[in-house]
Design a protein around this ligand. Structure first.
Ligand SMILES: Cc1cc2nc3c(=O)[nH]c(=O)nc-3n(C[C@H](O)[C@H](O)[C@H](O)COP(=O)(O)OP(=O)(O)OC[C@H]3O[C@@H](n4cnc5c(N)ncnc54)[C@H](O)[C@@H]3O)c2cc1C
Length: 582
């Protein structure tokens, strides 16, 4: 069952049962949302008196009166609270009704990942019994997290698990109304999911009552996807950027401040740079055009990253790294860098909302963008049968159907084995004779052992057909010339990627394929053409502009792996320190 629908049913039951602003619990086993009991102690831990006494000097004690709203949904820079006495309830407001998520008593604390970033609160906190709280502002909470390892671990684990529960229960401050046949709906679902933001989803085609909701907001079915933020702001077919602004992902920037480091791109390399930079005391801003995780975020399971013997989904890895970077104070904006002004220092990074960010050093971590197939009507079906990532969202759309994966690399292998778990059959299309040259042996073995995966060598797609959604494809065997039509509605394109460097407009030297040249790869001629001004040579990963580094997939000659991207992002920080001292 769709978890969004489940959620709205609960809410409707509440509306029917409620008179005025009443609180309704949805669980009959404990007060609040039903949670996995084994995790309860980690999600809502009770601190010992000794632990509380270590927190107290970082903040101040304040009274609370029964019924007082301590945190309102949408409040920014929410403080961190420990309940000393009395009780608070965490609720999701919905019109006149509140849904109880949980109640917290003495020794328990209030906070989740938005406390780290300063983003708007997704829930309301209300005192249900008179008492006292210890209140810490964001800066003091961050410094506590960084200096007290014991409390830091308890708090960070609770913050993360609380967010996971909110996401999986679809309890948040945003409702998405859409259709599984709409490209825009899929885009926004992915955007919210990959940004780890909890949302409720209502499908227009599966729930006839949704039309009444749209009518209430003077919105037509043709406007979908519709995003309702905090029950107040209604966005009709918004861009990801508009959704980010509405949910308060982007803090206001002080454009007069010169930052130590701006990182562009929040894939594995950018996230590593942000985490190491911030943890080593640098003032760091990271820009991400879409969602943290980059290409790795679209991987269903990464099995070759050190320390995760059973594998980890790209999204989970990214979410952990993102939270870790924020814990150390890195500021993250969901915004796209459109230009780098590199003629003088401090450098200026121009952002798609018109903002300009001044910085002494830059790490370019913009990675690569999926290659598209040369088919005339491809863009018409992107998100409506054509996909560039195989995550849980896409897998749900094509369960029990036949699908095609195009490509012979590791990403195609992973996608195929992942999709084979829920689909009827997976056809892998490759232009070469076999996978041995391009795919890791463990994936080839897994493909060979899965009877529902069929490999088609020397084969490529030559035509796509359909209406609002892809309905059928034609593929050609290049050895025989034979063209076949198949009624397959889902195609996953995993054919490699091109570097995201067009926006740099000559600021740094590129190789013939558009990747950024760095360090010893830069020839004396290239440095002289770039007017390299220093006596020293460029550091490792430094581009032809001093203090501008390139890491990960966007860098020429890099190994296109998560581990190497993470390694490069962290190494670059030690050279950033050296540049800042020059
Ligand atoms: C489906 C798939 C599965 C994979 N599986 C594995 C695996 O199992 N193991 C492995 O080791 N590797 C795997 N890889 C490769 C690995 O994901 C990449 O090598 C790695 O993600 C590169 O990291 P990166 O940070 O350099 O770049 P990317 O991951 O490409 O991230 C770049 C980020 O920069 C952002 N960006 C781009 N331009 C701008 C701009 N102008 N302004 C702001 N932001 C911008 C992008 O939105 C993106 O988030 C996989 C790749 C794919 C596509």
């Amino acid at each position: 069952m769709d978890r969004g629908l489940l959620q709205i049913r609960v809410l409707r039951k509440e509306v029917v049962n409620s008179s005025s602003a009443q609180i309704t619990s949805v669980s009959n086993t404990r007060r609040g949302l039903p949670l996995k009991s084994s995790m309860l102690e980690q999600i809502f831990p009770t601190l010992t008196p000794a632990q509380i006494s270590r927190i107290a000097p970082h903040g101040h004690v304040r009274p609370m009166q029964r019924g007082e709203v301590i945190v309102e949904q949408g409040d920014r820079n929410v403080p961190f609270f420990v309940v000393v006495s009395g009780e608070v309830e965490i609720v999701r407001p919905s019109g006149d009704v509140e849904m109880l998520i949980t109640a917290q008593g003495p020794g328990q604390f209030i906070g989740e990942v938005n406390n780290l970033s300063g983003r708007p609160a997704v829930v309301r906190v209300r005192a249900s019994r008179q008492g006292e709280l210890i209140e810490l502002d964001r800066q003091h909470m961050l410094s506590l997290l960084q200096t007290d390892a014991d409390l830091g671990e308890i708090m960070m684990r609770a913050f993360l698990l609380r967010r996971v529960e909110l996401v999986s229960a679809g309890v948040g401050d945003v409702v998405l109304v859409g259709s599984n046949h709409s490209t825009g709906t899929l885009r926004i679902k992915e955007f919210l999911m990959r940004n780890g933001h909890p949302y409720s989803y209502l499908d227009l085609e599966r729930n006839t009552e949704v039309q009444n909701l749209l009518d209430g907001y003077h919105t037509a079915a043709s406007d979908i996807p519709v995003v309702i933020c905090r029950g107040e702001i209604v966005l009709r077919n918004p861009t990801n950027r508009q959704v980010a602004d509405c949910l308060g992902f982007n803090e206001t920037l002080d454009q007069t401040q010169v930052h130590d480091l701006v990182i562009i791109g929040a894939g594995p390399s950018g996230l590593a740079a942000a985490m190491y930079g911030a943890s080593e005391g640098l003032d760091v801003i990271m820009l991400e055009a879409s969602s943290p995780g980059g290409q790795a975020g679209s991987s269903s399971r990464i099995e070759n990253y050190l320390g995760f013997p059973t594998g980890i989904s790209g999204q989970e890895l990214a979410a952990r790294a993102y939270t870790q970077a924020q814990k150390f104070g890195a500021q993250v904006l969901i915004a796209k860098a459109t230009r780098l002004a590199c003629e003088r220092t401090p450098y200026v990074v121009e952002v798609d909302n018109g903002a300009q960010i001044q910085t002494r050093t830059i790490v370019i971590a913009t990675g690569a963008e999926y290659r598209r197939l040369p088919l005339t009507n491809l863009s018409r079906f992107e998100g409506a049968g054509i996909y560039y990532g195989a995550t849980f969202v896409e897998a749900q759309l094509c369960s029990e159907e036949e699908v095609i994966v195009v490509g012979g690399g590791n990403s195609a292998g992973q996608a195929s084995t992942f999709l084979a778990q829920t689909t009827k059959r997976v056809h892998i299309l490759i232009r070469s004779a076999g996978l041995a040259e391009t795919m890791s042996r463990y994936l080839i073995r897994r493909i060979e052992q899965t009877p529902t995966i069929v490999l088609h060598p020397h084969t490529e797609i030559v035509a796509l057909e359909g209406g609002d959604h892809l309905e059928s494809i034609h593929w050609r065997n290049n050895q025989t010339g034979q063209i076949e039509e198949h009624n397959i509605r889902h195609v996953f394109i995993m054919t490699g990627a091109d570097p995201n460097t067009r926006w740099l407009e000559g600021c740094v030297a590129l190789d013939a394929k558009g990747f950024i040249k760095t360090g010893p790869d830069l020839s004396p001629e290239e440095l002289s053409a770039a007017h390299w001004p220093l006596a020293r040579s460029p550091y490792l990963h430094e581009t032809s502009s001093p203090g501008v580094f390139a890491v990960g997939d966007v860098r020429g000659g890099s190994i296109k792996r998560v581990a190497s991207a993470v390694g490069e992002g962290s190494i670059a920080i030690s050279f950033v320190h050296q540049v800042l001292q020059e």
